[in-house]
Design a protein around this ligand. Structure first.
Ligand code: CA
Length: 242
C-alpha cells in the first residue's frame, strides 16, 4: 500500500508545483496591471494640473458663458464671485471697479468676469436670476444692469430685492425689455442651473465669502484694497510676460 502511495504523493507535489507557478504568474500579471493603472492615473492628474496652469490659473474657473468685459486677448483674467445683496460687493462695484476698469480693462490688460455666488437668501438668488436673464438675452447690457442693482442695494437686514424693483432696473438698462418674459424667468427660476454652476465653480476654486476675486486663477488677498489689487494684477502681468 505504501508503494502505491508514493507515486500518488509525487503526483500531488507536481500538481502543487504547477499551481504555484500559475499563482506566481497570475500575481505578477495582476501586480503589473495595477502598476500600469497607477502610472496612468498619476500621468492623467499631472496632465490636468498642467492644463490648468496653461489657462493661467488653478483650473477650477471656467470663463465660458460668463459675462465678460474687456479685450478677449487680454493677458490677465480677473473673475469676481459676488452676491447682489452683499454690501462689500457693492463697495467693490462702486469704489474699486471703476479704477480697475480705467487702469486695466479699458487698456486691454484685463478681461473681467462676474460669477454669481449667492449666500444671502432668496433675494440674492432672485437678483442673480435677473442678471443671468439680462446676460442671456441682452449681453451687451449686462454691466449696466449689474451696476444698477448695486446702486439700488438696500440694507442687508431687509429683503429689498423684489420682482418689481428688478423689472424697474432691467427696463432702465434695456428699454425694450420683454417684461413678461423677464418676470416669467424670475418666477420659474429659469437660470437656477447657471447660478448653481457658478456656485459649484466658486466652491471648487475656494471661495469662502463675497466678493472673492481671482487674478488668472489666483485668489486676490484683498479685493477691496485697490492698491493691493493693482499690485496683484501687475504681478500677474509680469508673470505672463516672463
Ligand atoms: Ca454666471
Amino acid at each position: 500500500m505504501s508503494k502505491g502511495k508514493r507515486p500518488a504523493s509525487k503526483k500531488t507535489q507536481a500538481k502543487h508545483g504547477k499551481s504555484q507557478t500559475w499563482i506566481i504568474m497570475i500575481t505578477t500579471v495582476v501586480v503589473l496591471v495595477l502598476i500600469l493603472a497607477i502610472v496612468a492615473i498619476v500621468f492623467q492628474n499631472q496632465k490636468h494640473s498642467s492644463d490648468g496652469a496653461k489657462g493661467g490659473g488653478d483650473g477650477a474657473i471656467q470663463y465660458d458663458h460668463q459675462p465678460a468685459l474687456g479685450a478677449k486677448d487680454a493677458p490677465v483674467k480677473v473673475a469676481e464671485f459676488g452676491d447682489y445683496r452683499c454690501m462689500y460687493c457693492r463697495q467693490f462695484e462702486l469704489d474699486v471697479f471703476p479704477k480697475l476698469k480705467k487702469d486695466f480693462i479699458d487698456t486691454g490688460k484685463v478681461r473681467f468676469y462676474f460669477m454669481n455666488y449667492t449666500i444671502l437668501g432668496t433675494g440674492s438668488v432672485l437678483a442673480a436670476d435677473a442678471g443671468e436673464y439680462i446676460y442671456a438675452k441682452h449681453p451687451e447690457k449686462f454691466w449696466d444692469f449689474h451696476r444698477l442693482v448695486y446702486e439700488n442695494q438696500g440694507p442687508e437686514t431687509e429683503e429689498w430685492v423684489t420682482t418689481d424693483l428688478l423689472v424697474k432696473l432691467a427696463k432702465q438698462a434695456v428699454p425694450d425689455l420683454d417684461v413678461n418674459g423677464f418676470k416669467w424667468a424670475l418666477d420659474q427660476g429659469t437660470y437656477k442651473d447657471a447660478i448653481k454652476k457658478d456656485i459649484e465653480m466658486g466652491k471648487a476654486a475656494g471661495v469662502q465669502g463675497t466678493p472673492t476675486v481671482y487674478i488668472n486663477g489666483k485668489m486676490a488677498s484683498d479685493p477691496l484694497d485697490y492698491n493691493q489689487l493693482k499690485a496683484d494684477i501687475q504681478n500677474a502681468l509680469e508673470d505672463v510676460h516672463d
